[in-house]
Design a protein around this ligand. Structure first.
Ligand code: AMP
Length: 142
Protein backbone atom coordinates (compact mmCIF):
# COMPACT_ATOMS: atom_id res chain seq x y z
CA UNK A 1 0.00 0.00 0.00
CA UNK A 2 1.33 3.47 -0.79
CA UNK A 3 2.03 5.87 2.05
CA UNK A 4 0.29 9.26 2.13
CA UNK A 5 2.60 11.74 3.90
CA UNK A 6 -0.40 14.00 4.56
CA UNK A 7 -1.97 11.51 7.03
CA UNK A 8 -2.70 12.82 10.53
CA UNK A 9 0.04 10.88 12.32
CA UNK A 10 2.68 11.93 9.79
CA UNK A 11 1.64 15.52 10.47
CA UNK A 12 1.93 14.95 14.23
CA UNK A 13 5.41 13.47 13.69
CA UNK A 14 6.43 16.57 11.72
CA UNK A 15 5.07 18.84 14.46
CA UNK A 16 2.37 20.26 12.18
CA UNK A 17 -0.47 19.08 14.46
CA UNK A 18 -0.54 19.07 18.26
CA UNK A 19 -0.56 15.92 20.36
CA UNK A 20 -0.35 15.01 24.02
CA UNK A 21 3.01 13.30 23.77
CA UNK A 22 3.82 10.69 26.39
CA UNK A 23 7.25 9.65 25.15
CA UNK A 24 9.44 10.18 22.11
CA UNK A 25 12.29 7.81 21.31
CA UNK A 26 14.70 7.75 18.36
CA UNK A 27 12.33 5.48 16.42
CA UNK A 28 8.86 5.93 17.97
CA UNK A 29 6.33 8.43 19.28
CA UNK A 30 3.71 7.71 21.96
CA UNK A 31 0.79 10.09 22.43
CA UNK A 32 -2.79 10.10 23.71
CA UNK A 33 -5.63 9.04 21.40
CA UNK A 34 -7.86 12.08 20.89
CA UNK A 35 -11.05 9.98 21.04
CA UNK A 36 -10.16 7.60 23.83
CA UNK A 37 -12.02 4.32 24.19
CA UNK A 38 -11.06 4.41 27.87
CA UNK A 39 -9.09 6.80 30.10
CA UNK A 40 -5.41 6.41 29.31
CA UNK A 41 -5.87 5.24 25.68
CA UNK A 42 -2.48 5.85 24.04
CA UNK A 43 -1.07 5.26 20.56
CA UNK A 44 2.45 4.10 19.75
CA UNK A 45 3.69 4.83 16.23
CA UNK A 46 6.96 4.31 14.35
CA UNK A 47 8.83 7.22 12.81
CA UNK A 48 9.33 5.12 9.66
CA UNK A 49 6.71 5.85 6.99
CA UNK A 50 4.56 2.72 6.87
CA UNK A 51 0.79 2.55 6.42
CA UNK A 52 0.43 -0.87 8.06
CA UNK A 53 2.25 -3.86 9.55
CA UNK A 54 3.02 -5.34 6.13
CA UNK A 55 5.00 -2.39 4.84
CA UNK A 56 7.25 -1.53 7.79
CA UNK A 57 10.83 -2.83 7.86
CA UNK A 58 11.47 -5.69 10.28
CA UNK A 59 14.04 -3.57 12.09
CA UNK A 60 11.60 -0.69 12.69
CA UNK A 61 8.85 -3.13 13.69
CA UNK A 62 11.08 -4.74 16.30
CA UNK A 63 11.86 -1.34 17.81
CA UNK A 64 8.18 -0.44 17.71
CA UNK A 65 6.96 -3.59 19.46
CA UNK A 66 9.58 -3.15 22.17
CA UNK A 67 8.17 0.31 22.81
CA UNK A 68 4.60 -1.08 22.70
CA UNK A 69 5.57 -3.51 25.47
CA UNK A 70 7.10 -0.67 27.51
CA UNK A 71 3.99 1.53 27.22
CA UNK A 72 1.69 -1.43 27.98
CA UNK A 73 3.73 -2.05 31.13
CA UNK A 74 3.41 1.61 32.11
CA UNK A 75 -0.33 1.44 31.44
CA UNK A 76 -0.73 -1.49 33.85
CA UNK A 77 1.10 0.52 36.47
CA UNK A 78 -0.73 3.81 35.85
CA UNK A 79 -4.21 2.24 35.83
CA UNK A 80 -4.21 -0.32 38.62
CA UNK A 81 -7.10 -2.76 38.54
CA UNK A 82 -7.15 -2.75 34.72
CA UNK A 83 -5.75 -5.11 32.15
CA UNK A 84 -4.40 -3.68 28.91
CA UNK A 85 -5.65 -4.18 25.39
CA UNK A 86 -3.04 -3.90 22.64
CA UNK A 87 -4.84 -3.45 19.34
CA UNK A 88 -3.56 -2.87 15.82
CA UNK A 89 -5.70 -2.70 12.67
CA UNK A 90 -4.60 -3.21 9.04
CA UNK A 91 -6.72 -1.89 6.18
CA UNK A 92 -10.04 -0.10 6.08
CA UNK A 93 -11.70 -3.53 5.89
CA UNK A 94 -10.31 -4.20 9.38
CA UNK A 95 -11.42 -0.77 10.61
CA UNK A 96 -8.14 1.11 10.20
CA UNK A 97 -8.84 4.81 9.77
CA UNK A 98 -5.38 6.42 9.93
CA UNK A 99 -2.92 4.93 7.47
CA UNK A 100 0.27 5.30 9.45
CA UNK A 101 0.94 2.11 11.43
CA UNK A 102 -0.07 2.41 15.10
CA UNK A 103 -0.69 0.27 18.14
CA UNK A 104 -3.50 1.16 20.53
CA UNK A 105 -2.70 0.71 24.23
CA UNK A 106 -5.97 0.74 26.15
CA UNK A 107 -6.45 0.22 29.88
CA UNK A 108 -9.41 -2.11 30.14
CA UNK A 109 -11.49 -3.18 33.09
CA UNK A 110 -12.81 -6.70 33.35
CA UNK A 111 -15.82 -7.37 31.16
CA UNK A 112 -15.62 -3.97 29.50
CA UNK A 113 -17.19 -3.87 26.09
CA UNK A 114 -16.69 -1.15 23.52
CA UNK A 115 -17.36 -0.46 19.89
CA UNK A 116 -14.00 0.38 18.44
CA UNK A 117 -14.91 3.59 16.64
CA UNK A 118 -17.29 6.47 17.04
CA UNK A 119 -16.39 7.73 20.52
CA UNK A 120 -16.40 11.34 21.61
CA UNK A 121 -13.32 13.55 21.72
CA UNK A 122 -11.82 14.01 25.16
CA UNK A 123 -11.11 17.49 26.48
CA UNK A 124 -7.57 18.78 26.49
CA UNK A 125 -7.07 18.82 30.24
CA UNK A 126 -8.18 15.20 30.56
CA UNK A 127 -5.75 14.12 27.80
CA UNK A 128 -2.94 16.10 29.45
CA UNK A 129 -3.73 14.49 32.80
CA UNK A 130 -3.60 10.96 31.38
CA UNK A 131 -0.41 11.74 29.42
CA UNK A 132 1.18 12.84 32.72
CA UNK A 133 -0.01 9.67 34.46
CA UNK A 134 1.60 7.45 31.81
CA UNK A 135 4.79 9.55 31.80
CA UNK A 136 5.11 9.07 35.56
CA UNK A 137 4.73 5.31 35.16
CA UNK A 138 7.29 5.26 32.31
CA UNK A 139 9.77 7.13 34.49
CA UNK A 140 9.74 4.23 36.95
CA UNK A 141 10.59 1.66 34.22
CA UNK A 142 14.10 0.80 33.05
P1 AMP B 1 -7.45 3.17 13.70
O1 AMP B 1 -8.92 3.03 13.53
O2 AMP B 1 -6.81 1.94 14.28
O3 AMP B 1 -6.79 3.64 12.43
O4 AMP B 1 -7.26 4.28 14.82
C1 AMP B 1 -7.02 5.61 14.57
C2 AMP B 1 -7.10 6.30 15.91
O5 AMP B 1 -6.55 7.58 15.77
C3 AMP B 1 -8.53 6.49 16.45
O6 AMP B 1 -8.65 5.83 17.71
C4 AMP B 1 -8.65 8.01 16.59
O7 AMP B 1 -9.35 8.38 17.74
C5 AMP B 1 -7.21 8.45 16.65
N1 AMP B 1 -6.95 9.82 16.19
C6 AMP B 1 -7.41 10.41 15.06
N2 AMP B 1 -6.91 11.67 14.96
C7 AMP B 1 -6.10 11.85 16.04
C8 AMP B 1 -5.31 12.93 16.50
N3 AMP B 1 -5.22 14.10 15.83
N4 AMP B 1 -4.61 12.77 17.66
C9 AMP B 1 -4.68 11.61 18.35
N5 AMP B 1 -5.43 10.56 17.96
C10 AMP B 1 -6.12 10.67 16.82
Amino acid sequence: MSYDPANIFARILRGELPAHVVEETEHTLTFMDIMPKADGHALVIPKEDAPNIFDISDDALQKLITQVKRVAKASLQAYPGNGVRVIQLNGSEAGQSVFHLHFHIIPSADGMNFGFHGGASADDSSLADHARRLKEALATLE
